[in-house]
Design a protein around this ligand. Structure first.
Ligand code: 13P
Length: 254
């Protein structure tokens, strides 16, 4: 059975002081029976603090980006092996903000997923359509292109060791959540695409939903058969909200 996962993407938020409070709440707030996994994805400078404060807890941690090369003259980049040294489990690749604001294309995302696997990290491969693409009826074509790009470079076995996150761009930070049915439709489509390559991988890979997940809507989203948890932005910065989301996943996983 697929394990439910709730991952909080802090984006470019935080401070040593605020993080200490938030991470402290995650370790002390009883978030269920341990059926659902939890992680926070923090800005690079806070990895050491996060490692110190979360070590031994039920919550794992990771980063939001990595360089595609293992080392070298790439000013400003951070290698997967460096993230592994700080105990990271996960790293997001292909987040829509990286694609839109930093011009990361499908091929770059695929190379980053491979680099993450080489470093022993679990990539959370993000994909999703814009509002214009949805309105033009292109949702399936867009997510298929994005997923196939990774499959073609990394191979289906790498996806078995990854997490996929469907994040419709129109739902990110807008307060406009996809309905559980809309999310389920795309998740089922993604699983079907994977099944064409490998039925076992398709059945086992976790597909998270992201885009305005809150305490109030988490349970109805995560209850859908192909929604295996959430990639949470804004609500992951509010301890009680994030704990509520984690508990919802935990209840459904038990
Ligand atoms: P919000 O939950 O703030 O909509 O952000 C979603 C997201 O981008 C997570 O990666």
């Amino acid at each position: 059975m697929r394990r439910k996962l709730v991952a909080g993407n802090w984006k470019m938020h935080g401070s040593l002081e605020a993080n200490a409070r938030l991470l402290g709440s995650l370790t002390s707030g009883n978030a269920g029976s341990g059926n659902a996994a939890c992680a926070v994805l923090v800005p690079f400078p806070y990895l050491a603090q996060t490692q110190t404060l979360l070590k031994g807890s039920a919550c794992r941690w990771g980063a939001q980006n990595l360089g595609e090369h293992p080392s070298g003259a790439y000013t400003g980049e951070v290698a997967g092996a460096m993230l592994a040294e700080f105990g990271c489990t996960y790293v997001t690749v292909g987040h829509s903000e990286r694609r839109a604001l930093y011009h990361e294309d499908d091929a770059t995302v695929a190379r980053k997923a491979v680099a993450a696997r080489k470093a022993g990290l679990t990539p959370i491969v993000c994909l999703g359509e814009t509002l214009a693409e949805r309105e033009a009826g292109q949702t399936e074509a867009v997510v298929e292109r994005q997923l196939e790009a990774v499959l073609n470079v990394a191979g289906v076995q790498a996806i078995a060791e990854s997490v996929v996150a469907y994040e419709p761009v129109w739902a990110i930070g807008t307060g406009k959540t996809a309905s559980p049915e809309q999310a389920q439709e795309v998740h089922a489509f993604l699983r079907e695409l994977l099944a064409r390559r490998d039925a076992k991988v398709a059945a086992e890979v976790s597909i998270l939903y992201g885009g305005s997940v809150k305490g109030a809507n988490a349970e109805s989203l995560f209850a859908m058969p192909d929604v295996d948890g959430g990639l949470v932005g804004g609500a992951s910065l509010v301890a009680e909200e994030f704990l509520t989301i984690w508990r919802a996943a935990d209840r459904l996983a038990s």
